[in-house]
Design a protein around this ligand. Structure first.
Ligand code: GLN
Length: 537
C-alpha cells in the first residue's frame, strides 16, 4: 500500500499542443520502471461534462475507459505507456466540477453560504486530485492541467495547484512545459516566451520546480543557464525535450535528461533504483528498425485530423512492432469511395480497416469498401460502425436484401439488420447515454477470434447505440457470416467473421482502446500478420 502520495502538476505555457500528455506519460513510465505505482490525471478546462458530445474535429478521439467514462485522448497515452487502466477519476472537466458543485448547492449542502469560485470550485478541483492520492494505491499522482497558463478558463485550476502546493508541502511539485522557438532568420533559439509564461505562472502564485523546454534544436548549456536564471529554477531542473521521431522515444529522452532523477531529488528520494526499461527499448528498436512493411487503409470520415483515430493508429504501431514490420497507414476518406473509384483507391492495400463513426456522411463509401475487401480476399477489420457496415453489405450482396441498413441512417427500412438496442429506445439525451465501457464477450470455439484471443471469455470496451439485429442471425450464419463473439448476458452479437475469407472480422466493441506497448492487442497483431501474409504472397 502506497502512503504519502506525492503530487506532480504539469502545466503548459506559450502554446497548446506541446505534448503535456506525452511528457506526463513519459515521466510516469520512468517512475513506474523504478518500481513506483503511478497514475496520471487530466483536468480539462472546458464546460462540456466530458468530450463524448464533441465532434472529433474539435478535440480528436474520445477515449473510453473500462468504467465507461468518455474521456480525453491523453488517457489513451497514459494507458498505452503504463499498461494500467484509467477510469472516470482520471479525467475531469470544468463542466463536471461545476455540475457537482451546483448539484450540492441545490441540495442545500452549502448551508446558506454564497457559492463561489474560491473556495468552492477550487475545493472541488482539489478533491478531484486528492481523491486519487487518498486511495493509497499510488506513490505518485501526476495531474496534467489542460490548456495554457494565462487562459481565463484555466485560472481556477492554477489556483487549486497553488493551494495544494502549500497544503502538501514537500509532497508536491510543478513541472511547467514550454516552447523554446527557433528563429530561422536569426539562427537562434529564443527564451523570451518561456520567461513570460513563467512570469505569468509566478504572478498567479505558482513557482515551477522544473521547466521542460520543447525545442527543435539542442539547448546549449548557456541557454539552459539563462532559462534557469530567468525562471528561478536550478540549472539541472531545466530539461530539454527535443522533437522525437516517435512519441515512444520520449521516455528515453527524458531519462537522458534525468527528468526522473530531478523529480525524485525534489522529494529527497534517494533510495530509487535505476529504471528497468529493457522491454521498452526492445519495442522501440522494433519500430525504428522494421524488417518489412505493409500498407493498410483506414477508411473513415474524420481523416483530415489524425487525432480522430488516435488509438487505432497507435494500436497499429504496437501490432507492427510485434510483427517486426512497419505499418504504413493510409487515411482514406470514405466520401471519396464509390463503386467507380473503389478499385483505384484500395487495390494496393494489404489490409483494410473500416473505422468507427456516427451518422450518414460517407457510409455508402464504407459499405463499398467492405464489399471490395470481401470480394477480393483482402484482410478486413471493421470496428463498431465498421462492423455494422460489414453486416449491411453482407445482407445486401450475399443475402440479397437490397434495403438492408442500419436504423441509425434509414429509420424506415423494413430490413434494419442493425437496429437500436432496446434500452436505447427511450433515451433522448445525447451525453453519456450510449452503451459504454467494458462488457464480457463469449468467444465461439474454432473461429478466427478464438485462435486470436486464446481465451473463451474476453472483456472489451464499447461506445455505441446500435447493434446486430438477432432476428437475422440464422440467415447470416447459414450464408457464411458467423457470430463468433456473443454477450453472455444479453445475447448481443459482439463479433462477426467470415470463415471462408482469409481474414474478415468485425467487432461491435473498440479493441483499439486496450492496446498498449506491453500488451499489443491480439486482434490488431493478427490482422497485421494477415496483411503481411498477403503482402508477401
Ligand atoms: N453509430 C454507431 C452506433 O452508435 C457506431 C458507433 C461507433 O462506431 N462507435 O451504434
Amino acid at each position: 500500500m502506497a502512503q504519502n502520495c506525492k503530487y506532480i502538476f504539469v502545466t503548459g505555457g506559450v502554446t497548446s499542443s506541446l505534448g503535456k500528455g506525452i511528457i506526463s506519460a513519459s515521466l510516469a513510465k520512468l517512475l513506474q520502471a523504478r518500481g513506483y505505482s503511478v497514475t496520471i490525471q487530466k483536468l480539462d478546462p472546458y464546460i462540456n461534462i466530458d468530450p463524448g458530445t464533441l465532434n472529433p474535429y474539435e478535440h480528436g478521439e474520445c477515449f473510453v475507459t473500462d468504467d465507461g467514462a468518455e474521456t480525453d485522448l491523453d488517457l489513451g497515452h497514459y494507458e498505452r505507456f503504463l499498461n494500467v487502466a484509467t477510469s472516470q477519476s482520471n479525467n475531469v472537466t470544468t463542466g463536471r466540477i461545476y455540475q457537482r458543485v451546483i448539484d450540492r448547492e441545490r441540495k442545500g449542502d452549502y448551508l446558506g453560504k454564497t457559492v463561489q469560485v474560491i473556495p468552492h470550485i477550487t475545493d472541488e478541483i482539489k478533491n478531484s486530485i486528492t481523491k486519487l492520492g487518498n486511495t493509497n494505491e499510488f506513490d505518485f499522482v501526476i495531474t496534467e492541467i489542460g490548456g495554457t497558463v494565462g487562459d481565463i478558463e484555466s485560472l481556477p485550476y492554477v489556483e487549486a495547484v497553488r493551494q495544494l502546493k502549500l497544503e502538501k508541502e514537500g509532497l508536491s511539485m510543478v513541472i511547467h512545459l514550454t516552447l523554446i522557438p527557433y528563429l530561422e532568420a536569426a539562427g537562434e533559439l529564443k527564451t523570451k516566451p518561456t520567461q513570460h509564461s513563467v512570469k505569468m505562472l509566478q504572478s498567479l502564485g505558482v513557482q515551477p520546480d522544473v521547466i521542460v523546454a520543447r525545442t527543435s534544436h539542442e539547448l546549449s548549456a548557456d541557454i539552459k543557464k539563462k532559462i534557469a536564471l530567468f525562471c528561478n529554477v536550478s540549472k539541472n531542473a531545466v530539461i530539454q525535450s527535443i522533437d522525437a521521431s516517435t512519441i515512444y522515444e520520449v521516455p528515453l529522452l527524458m531519462k537522458e535528461e534525468s527528468l526522473d532523477e530531478v523529480v525524485l531529488g525534489k522529494f529527497s528520494n534517494k533510495d530509487a533504483k535505476e529504471p528497468e526499461l529493457d522491454n521498452w527499448i526492445k519495442f522501440l528498436n522494433k519500430i525504428k528498425y522494421p524488417k518489412s512493411r505493409v500498407t493498410v487503409g483506414l477508411i473513415g470520415k474524420y481523416v483530415e485530423l489524425k487525432d480522430s483515430y488516435k488509438s487505432i493508429l497507435e494500436a497499429f504501431i504496437h501490432a507492427g512492432a510485434q510483427n517486426e514490420c512497419k505499418v504504413k497507414v493510409e487515411l482514406i476518406h470514405s466520401e471519396n469511395i464509390s463503386s467507380y473509384s473503389v478499385d483505384e483507391n484500395l487495390k494496393h492495400l494489404d489490409g483494410i480497416l473500416v473505422a468507427p463513426g456516427f451518422g450518414e456522411r460517407g457510409i455508402e463509401g464504407k459499405i463499398q469498401t467492405v464489399k471490395y475487401a470481401r470480394e477480393n480476399n483482402i484482410p478486413f477489420f471493421g470496428i463498431c460502425l465498421g462492423m455494422q457496415c460489414a453486416v449491411i453489405e453482407f445482407g445486401r450482396s450475399v443475402l440479397g436484401i437490397s434495403d438492408a441498413h442500419t436504423s441509425e441512417i434509414d429509420e424506415k427500412t423494413e430490413n434494419a439488420v442493425i437496429c437500436l438496442m432496446d434500452n436505447q429506445k427511450k433515451v433522448t439525451e445525447k451525453g453519456g447515454t450510449m452503451r459504454l465501457g467494458a462488457y464480457t464477450c463469449k468467444v465461439k470455439p474454432d473461429t478466427i477470434v478464438s485462435s486470436v484471443y486464446g481465451e473463451p471469455e474476453i472483456e472489451e470496451r464499447h461506445r455505441h447505440r446500435y447493434e446486430f439485429n438477432n432476428s437475422y442471425l440464422e440467415q447470416y450464419e447459414k450464408a457464411g457470416m458467423v457470430a463468433s463473439g456473443i454477450n453472455p448476458k444479453t445475447n448481443l452479437v459482439e463479433i462477426i467473421e467470415i470463415p471462408e475469407h482469409p481474414w474478415f472480422v468485425g467487432t461491435q466493441f473498440h479493441p483499439e482502446y486496450k492496446s498498449t506497448v506491453d500488451k499489443p492487442h491480439p486482434l490488431f497483431v493478427n490482422f497485421i500478420a494477415a496483411a503481411l501474409k498477403r503482402h508477401n504472397s
